[in-house]
Ligand binder design. Structure first.
Ligand code: SF4
Length: 252
């Protein structure tokens, strides 16, 4: 049996191979065009898509993003003014008493783990980065409780460095819309990045998050009230009846 490489080489040297390559290119071009049209429509639908966490500098956004796990941005925005009033910078947070921090952030849930992480972040920033939040992914992900997703949020919104944020909504919605066939964060990030211009990556992520919160829900997607229904390969995984779907629509 010919190896895959050998077969590819043979195809490439024949008319059939050229036609197939042309067809692949046409498919790829069509996919990119559809993806761009989907983004255009979603951006029109959610013109205010943005990071909803309140922050004044990279340090505050980093801490707020860690606190936002498994809770709402609104809930985080209620506790961060008190937190940053007590601990305005990395050195202060790194020297904080864990029980006192836990008490302040308790409403955000998982408060023991989160308090341990953000006090650890304060210490690591102070010890390793002169109290300044770094910009590089590997430096950010060296901090306690900071994964690639959090790093991309901070880079995109505090430093203006474009990036695809693979949070739960982006992973789910990207796959449903056909931007990727994977749900693995690194693969999704690579596939989605390849479809769109770098300058749009952060806005695209925010827009997909808004769409995931408002309509393309994990459990019951509001397909019948979705502005990109006509372009979505997953149309029909949720109710398609307009009235029923409309009742599922939430504020993002
Ligand atoms: S049609 Fe349904 S699955 Fe597709 S993006 Fe809209 S809500 Fe999500």
């Amino acid at each position: 049996m010919a190896s895959e490489n050998t077969m590819n080489e043979q195809n490439a040297s024949t008319g059939a191979g050229k036609a197939a390559a042309g067809s692949d290119r046409a498919t790829a071009t069509g996919e990119v065009a559809a993806a761009h049209e989907i983004f255009r429509i979603l951006h029109q639908t959610y013109p205010d898509a943005r990071c909803a966490l309140t922050f004044h500098d990279p340090f505050e956004l980093l801490v707020a993003t860690v606190l936002s796990a498994q809770t709402t941005d609104k809930g985080v925005n209620k506790v961060t003014p008190i937190l940053f009033d007590h601990y305005p910078d990395a050195a202060a947070l790194g020297a904080a008493s864990l029980p006192e921090v836990e008490q302040i952030i308790r409403p955000t849930g998982f408060f023991h783990n989160k308090a341990t992480a953000i006090v650890g972040i304060g210490q690591a920033l102070t010890e390793n980065f002169h109290g300044v939040v770094p910009r590089e992914i590997d430096q950010l992900t060296s901090l306690p409780g900071v994964g690639r997703k959090t790093a991309q949020v901070v880079r995109g919104h505090a430093f203006g460095i474009p990036g695809v944020t693979t949070d739960t909504h982006v992973l789910r919605v990207s796959k449903r819309l056909g931007f990727t066939s994977s749900t693995k964060p690194l693969t999704v990030e690579r596939d989605v990045s390849a479809l769109f211009d770098e300058s749009t990556w952060t806005l695209l992520s925010d827009t997909l998050i808004f769409h995931g919160r408002a309509r393309c829900h994990a459990k019951k997607a509001a397909c019948g009230a979705c502005p990109v229904a006509g372009l979505c390969p997953s149309f029909g995984i949720g109710p398609t009846d307009p009235d029923e779907a409309e009742r599922l629509v939430r504020s993002p």
